[in-house]
Design a protein around this ligand. Structure first.
Ligand code: COA
Length: 372
C-alpha cells in the first residue's frame, strides 16, 4: 500500500457576479410580470400570486451574499430567468471541460507537475453536460494527460467521493497521480423562478491533484484517511433524465431543475453529517483538539455553524472553519474544495484538518489531511 498526498488545488471563478439585490430585483420583476399575466386567475382564486423575494431573507436564511455565474444577463432577464450559453460545435471544447481544464491547470502549476504525468482524470460533478463521451476524457485530451478518465456523479459529495476513489487507486498502486475535477455549472439546473431556492447556487470549477506520497519535495497535505456514506432520500431531486422522451415529457417542467425540501434536508442531513464526522475521527483516533481546521460543504451558514459546533464541542472561529459561501453561494461539490484551496496554505507542518462534503443522495464524504 502506498501513501497519498494532495499536492495542488485550483479554482476557476467566473468573471460575472450577481449580488442578492440584483437577483431579488430581477425575481420581483419576473413575479410582477407573471402576476399581471395571470391577474384574472389570481382574482378568481385559481392560482396564487407570486410573492416578492428579499435580500434580507436570503442572507438570514443562508448566509449567501452573492454568486458567480457564467451568464448573468440571461439569469437576470425577467422574461427568461436562466443563463444563455451558445451551443458549441461538437469539435469545440464543452463548457464543463473548458472550466475544468482551467482549474486543473492551476492545480498542476501549484504542484509543479506536467499534465502528461497524470494517469487518472475524474470529472466528479452534480450534472454532466452530456451523457457521453465522458467529460473527463475530453478534459484528459485537452490537458494532454495520460492514463484513463471517467465521470462520476454523487451530487454535492462528488469531490470527496472522487478523492476517495482516486486515493484508493494510488494506495493500491494502479496509478501514481490523479486529478479530481469538479466543474459545477449550477446556474443551468437552478430554478431561478422559484423564490424558495432561487438564491442558492453559483458556478465554479475546482481541481485537486493527488499523488503517491513518495519523494515529494514541495508543501503538500498527506491524505490520512477517507470515508464515504450514502442513504437514499428524495428530498433533493432532479428528474431530468434520458428516459423523458420515452415518457413524452420533453416540455419545460419544474422537476427538470433542482428541487428540494429545504427544511427536511436541514433536519435530516445535520445529524447524518455530524455522526459521520464523529465516527470518522474516532476511527482514526483524532480528537476535536487535534483538528486545526474544518473545510465544510458550502450550502448554508447555519448548517456549517451547527456541524462545526458538534465536531469541536464549541463554536469554531472563522479561522478554524472558514466559509466561502457568502461570495460563491452553494457550488455543489466544489464548495469544500474552494474553502480548502483558499484557506490551507497557512497551516504548519503537522496540522490536521478535515474536508467534508454532503448533499443529495443523501451522501456524505470526509477526508482527513495533515500538512507536510
Ligand atoms: N424571500 C422572502 N421570503 C422567503 C423566500 C425568499 N426568497 N423564500 C422563502 N421565504 C419564506 C417562506 O415562504 C416561509 O414563509 P412562511 O414562514 O410564511 O411559510 C419562510 O420564508 C421560511 O421559508 P423556509 O423555506 O422554511 O426557509 P428556511 O429557513 O428553511 O431556509 C433554505 C431555506 C433553503 C435556506 C434552508 O432550508 C436550507 O438551506 N436548507 C438546506 C439546503 C441544502 O443544504 N440543500 C442542499 C443543496 S445541495
Amino acid at each position: 500500500m502506498h501513501n497519498v498526498a494532495i499536492t495542488g488545488t485550483g479554482v476557476f471563478t467566473p468573471s460575472q457576479v450577481i449580488t442578492n439585490d440584483e437577483l431579488v430585483a430581477a425575481f420581483n420583476d419576473y413575479a410582477d410580470l407573471w402576476n399581471a399575466e395571470n391577474a384574472a386567475a389570481i382574482a378568481a382564486g385559481e392560482v396564487e400570486a407570486k410573492p416578492h423575494s428579499s435580500s434580507d431573507f436570503i442572507v438570514a436564511a443562508s448566509g449567501i451574499e452573492r454568486r458567480y455565474v457564467l451568464d448573468k444577463a440571461g439569469v437576470l432577464d425577467p422574461t427568461r430567468m436562466f443563463p444563455k450559453l451558445e451551443k458549441r460545435p461538437d469539435d469545440a471544447p464543452g463548457y464543463m471541460a473548458e472550466i475544468g481544464v482551467d482549474a486543473a491547470q492551476k492545480a498542476l502549476a501549484e504542484a509543479g507537475v506536467d499534465a502528461a504525468d497524470v494517469d487518472l482524470v475524474i470529472c466528479a460533478a452534480s450534472n454532466m453536460e452530456r451523457a457521453y463521451p465522458a467529460i473527463a476524457v475530453e478534459i484528459q485530451q485537452l490537458l494532454g494527460a495520460g492514463g484513463f478518465a471517467f465521470d462520476m456523479n454523487v451530487a454535492c459529495s462528488s469531490a470527496t467521493f472522487g478523492i476517495q476513489t482516486a486515493a484508493d487507486m494510488i494506495r493500491a498502486g494502479s496509478i501514481r497521480r490523479a486529478l479530481v475535477i469538479n466543474p459545477e455549472i449550477c446556474s443551468a439546473h437552478l430554478e431561478w423562478r422559484d423564490r424558495d431556492c432561487h438564491f442558492i447556487f453559483g458556478d465554479v470549477a475546482t481541481a485537486t491533484l493527488l499523488e503517491r506520497d513518495e519523494d515529494l519535495k514541495g508543501p503538500h497535505f498527506k491524505v490520512l484517511s477517507t470515508r464515504c456514506a450514502t442513504q437514499f432520500s428524495n428530498n433533493i431531486r432532479n428528474n431530468n433524465g434520458y428516459l423523458r422522451r420515452t415518457q413524452d415529457a420533453m416540455e419545460d417542467s419544474r422537476d427538470m431543475q433542482f428541487m428540494q425540501n429545504g427544511r427536511k434536508v436541514f433536519k435530516e442531513v445535520l445529524p447524518l453529517v455530524s455522526a459521520h464526522i464523529a465516527d470518522h475521527m474516532a476511527e482514526e483516533n483524532i480528537a476535536p483538539q487535534d483538528l486545526r481546521r474544518l473545510w465544510l460543504h458550502q450550502a448554508n451558514k447555519t448548517m456549517n455553524d451547527y456541524i462545526g459546533k458538534k465536531v469541536l464541542g464549541r463554536a469554531p472561529s472563522p479561522d478554524e472553519q472558514p466559509n466561502i459561501l457568502q461570495d460563491y453561494a452553494n457550488t455543489s461539490s466544489a464548495g469544500s474544495i474552494i474553502a480548502f484551496s483558499k484557506h490551507s496554505s497557512d497551516l504548519a507542518a503537522g496540522d490536521k484538518g478535515l474536508i467534508c462534503s454532503f448533499g443529495a443522495g443523501y451522501s456524505v464524504g470526509s477526508v482527513i489531511v495533515e500538512r507536510a
